[in-house]
Design a protein around this ligand. Structure first.
Ligand code: NI
Length: 186
């Protein structure tokens, strides 16, 4: 196990389209996923995609902590989850706007529009199917991590130049910018 170095915005690996994982059960993939979880634990993050640790492959890990979860039946707290070669389907036309941060853009957050309800499927490191329907924070986290596999960072999803809702976490907190309600689809 090892704590991996996280690529920060500006590194080209974050802007490239990642390649499918040829064998999700390969020992090197199992090791990569274990190291990614150790890295995520170390930095106390919600999700991490392989390109963020300089590996341009289509896999990500995530969890939904109790404090993030919106309580909706598809937005309950969820433990450590690995999704390899994910396919994302958007369900319904509802949108949400919620605060997002990214381990590759440390210290900053922004309000980002996302689909409210999605379905995702992939496999884990045993090759077993991983299938989930997600709403709210759960859906936003999965979309954020999936975007990393296509070289998309969350500021690229922002609507216009909304600098009232884009800044350093610490300063936004000082300014008292209100939290968005994730539970309210927009
Ligand atoms: Ni990110």
């Amino acid at each position: 196990m090892a704590i991996l170095k996280i690529a920060r915005m500006g590194h080209p690996v974050l802007l490239q389209k990642a390649e499918p994982v040829a064998d999700p059960t390969a020992p090197e993939i199992r090791k990569l996923v274990a190291d990614m979880f150790e890295t995520l634990d170390d930095i106390q993050g919600a999700g991490l995609a392989a390109p963020q640790v300089h590996v341009p492959l289509r896999l990500f890990i995530f969890r939904v902590r109790t404090e993030r979860s919106g309580g909706d039946k598809d937005d309950r707290p969820i433990g450590n989850t690995t999704v390899i070669n994910p396919v994302l389907t958007f369900l319904g036309g509802e949108r949400q706007i919620g605060w997002e941060g990214c381990l590759s853009i440390p210290g900053i957050r922004a309000a980002v529009p996302r689909a409210w309800r999605i379905r995702y499927e992939g496999v884990d490191t045993d090759g077993k199917p991983v299938v989930g329907e997600a709403t709210g924070a759960h859906a936003a986290i999965v979309q954020h991590e999936y975007d990393h596999l296509d070289g998309i960072l969350y500021p690229m999803r922002m609507v216009g130049a909304d600098f009232m809702h884009f800044g350093f976490t610490e300063d936004l907190a000082k300014a008292g910018v209100p939290e968005f309600r994730r539970a309210a689809p927009l």
